[in-house]
Design a protein around this ligand. Sequence first.
Ligand code: URA
Length: 436
Amino acid sequence: MFIPAELIRKKRAGRHHTHEEIRFLVQEFARDKLPDYQMAAWLMAVCFQGMSDEEISWLTQEMRDSGTVIDLTDLGLTVDKHSTGGIGDKTSLILAPLVAAAGIPVPMMAGRGLAHTGGTLDKLESIYGFNVRLDLKQFRAQIEKVGTAIMGQTQEICPADRKLYSLRDVTGTVDSLPLICGSIMSKKLAEGMSALVLDVKFGSGAFMKTLGEAEQLARALQDIGVRSGKRVTALLTRMDEPLGRFIGNALEVQECLDILQGKAAPGGGKDYSDTVELTLELAAHMIFLGERAKSLQEAKALAGVLLKDGSAYSKFQEVCAEQGGDLEKGLPQATHSSSIKAPIAGFMHYKDTERIGHACIYLGAGRRFQTDPLDMAAGVEVFRTNGARVQVGDTLFKLYHSGGPGVDDAIREIEKSFLISPHPVERTPLVAKVLL
Ligand code: URA
């Protein structure tokens, strides 16, 4: 038994916790015995003071053990992917069915929107009826039948992350290496995967702003996985501009449906090529780790075929059918839209992409408070890539919303996210580094 305020003061002073202290904080919070206000204060202390490697490993272990750890070893090699979060980052929706279509079981425990970034669970819930609240039996049965299932943390599996995640989302305590490690790896270790591909993002739209910070996070995540006997590959990928054409729950699902069905992006704006490129890169690493190809080149070629020949789309339809999602009903559509046009000519330069995520929160696509309902149709359409040439009056962004009070704030955020440079702007490679 410990006095919570003393543990908060200890971390605030930059001292190290014992394993028993971390167990107390995590387990009491998961069982609703430690209130949100004390946990939020402790999380903020961690953001300022960090944690030792030992503390991170105890945090991850206690979060994982707050619920059941699923054993999928009888299914052979299982592979999952997780991203540290970005703007328009929708690849999981294509990857789970695509890799399952290659014959590799994909157990996927995903998250909701977190701070300025979107979440796979919120996106899937924009499909009418889609149920992400699976129990353990349903999760396993669906992986055996369809090859993949996507669910969120529950009271049964990783309850500590379920509660911590939604508290961090609204208390400014997301961008902390130890907390991100605990959150991601506790879920991944609990879901029972045997190999993992991490998409660790860096840039102004990511939690890690520089390649160096992202590499530190990637190595810490990899270390935890490897020490638990998992194979982990990390891709360090650019997040200094939005990924793909659309940002927002239903809008991103539509982009994924288009890609899965081989449809091009609507005319007049950015195409889907960066979403497709990153998806195929991540898929190649998943297929390679799942031992369905002898080389990365072969794995990438297979991923391309499965995307092109409709196998991944059929698998996505199967997932929807199993999890109650009704694609026939169509996706929610916004009632209003507002455009932002170029005031001068020049070259597009995204300088603070995180602000586009803030704009989405103002439009209702993300949460300002834990209990906020989401506007599934809300979001932003992106018309230009970094470095693209821009003429006066070109549409740069279109905002989708329901005419609520946040629209002016959203427009202000978008206007601060970019500038139009008189000089050409270099577009950096999508994948900067791979840690095998
Ligand atoms: N994804 C997660 O699951 N948790 C984090 O903390 C960040 C990204």
